[in-house]
Write a protein that binds this ligand. Structure first.
Ligand SMILES: [Zn+2]
Length: 301
C-alpha cells in the first residue's frame, strides 16, 4: 500500500469511527422519545409476550427497547374501524402493558406526568404511556375518553384510516369525498378536542383529513402532536403533511414525529405494493381464508 493511500485510508477509517462514536454518544445521551410503537397490537395478534426475547418475531421487545436507547415509549393502542367493540379491545391492550409493567418494575414504569417521567429517566427505566390510535375507540363517549386518560393515555389520534361520526380521516377525505356525511370536526368533535385539552391529553393529528386538521388546530388551545407522519412535498401521500400544515404546527408550538414506513418516504412504494399484491392474488386469498383481516394478507414491498 502506498504511503499516501495508507494515510487516506487511515483518515477515512478514523472519520467513520469518530462519526459512529459521535452518533452513538448523541443518541445515548439524548432522551429518546418514540411516540408510536405497535408492539401491543402485534403481541396480542401473534400471542407474544413483550418482556420475552422476540428477536426475529417483532421489531422490538422490552429488552431491545432498552438496548436501543429508547427512554420514553408511547405504546399505540389500536384496532381497525371494523372491530365490533373497540373500547373493550383498547382496554385489553392496556391490560397487556400494565401486566408487563407489574412484572418488570425495575425495567419499565408507567408515567402520567412530567415529574413521574423524570423519575423514570433517573431510575433508568423506560417511561411508558399509551397513545390511543383512533377516536372510534371512545365510542362517542367523553367518559370513555376520560377512562383512557386515567389508564395512562396521553395522546389520542382523532381518527385512524377510518373516520368517526365526529372526525374525518385522510383516507376518507381523499377517497370518499362525495359520500361523506360530514367533513372535518363536528360540534361533538370539537368537544372531544376541548376535553383533551382540559385533561392534558395531546391531540394527535396523524391520520386525519385536511379539514379535520384545520378544525382541530383552530379548536385546540394546547400544542398538538403529529405522532407518525412525514412531508407531503417530499412524498405526496395523503398521510403526509403539506407545508402550510407544518407551518401551522410550528406556530401552534406542536411537535411532529416522523415515520419510517416506506410508503411515506418513497412515492413509488404504493404502486409497487399494489402490483406485487395483484401478482400474488392466489397466495393473498389463501391467507385471507385463514384470517380475514386484510392487513395480515397484504405484502408491503
Ligand atoms: Zn398509524
Amino acid at each position: 500500500m502506498h504511503k499516501k493511500t495508507f494515510i487516506c485510508f487511515f483518515l477515512i477509517a478514523h472519520c467513520l469511527f469518530a462519526g459512529a462514536q459521535s452518533y452513538k454518544k448523541l443518541h445515548f445521551n439524548a432522551v429518546v422519545v418514540d411516540t408510536h410503537n405497535d408492539l401491543l397490537t402485534t403481541a396480542i395478534d401473534k400471542g407474544l409476550v413483550i418482556d420475552q426475547d422476540l428477536s426475529g418475531k417483532t421489531h422490538s421487545d422490552l429488552a431491545r427497547l432498552k438496548k436501543g436507547g429508547v427512554d420514553v415509549q408511547l405504546f399505540s393502542v389500536w384496532c381497525d374501524g371494523l372491530k365490533a367493540d373497540p373500547y373493550a379491545w383498547a382496554n385489553r391492550e392496556m391490560d397487556t402493558l400494565d401486566a408487563v409493567a407489574k412484572r418488570n418494575p425495575d425495567k419499565i414504569m408507567k408515567v402520567g406526568n412530567t415529574a413521574e417521567l423524570l423519575q423514570a429517566l433517573k431510575a433508568k427505566k423506560i417511561a411508558a404511556m399509551f397513545g390511543v390510535e383512533g377516536g372510534h375507540m371512545i365510542e362517542n363517549s367523553l367518559d370513555k375518553l376520560y377512562h383512557f386518560y386515567r389508564r395512562g393515555a396521553r395522546y389520542m389520534t382523532l381518527t385512524w384510516n377510518n373516520s368517526t361520526e365526529w372526525a374525518t380521516s385522510a383516507l376518507d377525505e381523499t377517497t370518499k369525498a362525495d359520500s361523506l356525511k360530514h367533513k372535518g370536526l363536528t360540534a361533538f368533535g370539537k368537544q372531544v378536542v376541548q376535553r383533551m385539552n382540559e385533561l392534558g391529553m395531546l391531540v394527535d393529528l396523524s391520520h386525519v383529513g385536511e379539514q379535520t386538521f384545520w378544525d382541530a388546530i383552530n379548536t385546540s388551545t394546547n400544542p398538538v402532536l403529529v405522532s407518525h407522519s412525514c412531508v407531503y412535498t417530499l412524498c405526496p401521500h395523503r398521510r403526509n403533511l403539506k407545508d402550510d400544515q407544518i407551518k401551522a404546527i410550528a406556530k401552534n408550538g406542536g411537535v411532529i414525529h416522523l415515520n419510517f414506513y416506506s410508503g411515506f418516504v418513497d412515492s413509488s412504494f404504493e404502486r409497487r405494493s399494489e402490483i406485487f399484491n395483484s401478482n400474488h392474488k392466489t397466495e393473498r386469498d389463501s391467507i385471507l381464508k385463514i384470517n380475514p383481516e386484510p392487513y395480515f394478507a397484504d405484502v408491503f414491498v
